[in-house]
Ligand binder design. Sequence first.
Ligand SMILES: [Zn+2]
Length: 168
Amino acid sequence: MTVGARSAICSSIAARPHEETAVARDIDFDLIKEAKELASRCYDGKNHHVAAAARAPDGRTVVGMSVSHFLGGPCAEVVIIGSAAAQRIYELTTMVVVGLAGRVLIPPCGRCRQALFDYFPSMDILIGDPPAVIPIAELLPLPYRRWLTDPRGVSSMGGNHEDPFAGR
Ligand SMILES: [Zn+2]
């Protein structure tokens, strides 16, 4: 896929009916800049392809690079979840994911959408050029909920969850 084709995909995502949301919310351009600078600094074309940066409610940022490995290395978004916990940050409000050595804002993959939704269900994702703010819940309509199949899953899947069976 060409760079132009990828940009077109990101642009088409940004042009979806999320624009009302994008207009109503501020774009965190500092976070975008940080993610792009990280990508341009740390993209190595081999093991670390995608950069991500996330904003905590107190203004701190958490950054991460993807880890390529044949066992299924984690995407940058998942690296951030662990890195945030290492700083005792358990809430993130906004995330931006950057590909192509910092040239494009890309949407999280399906696996990351589920993980981000589970950990930070109110998180916004910045996607496209120009960037749009898209809530993670809109990126993952009808999300999988483990407790719908196994109530014990509430405590074992990670993330911020209310136990729907509490008190029953
Ligand atoms: Zn991913």
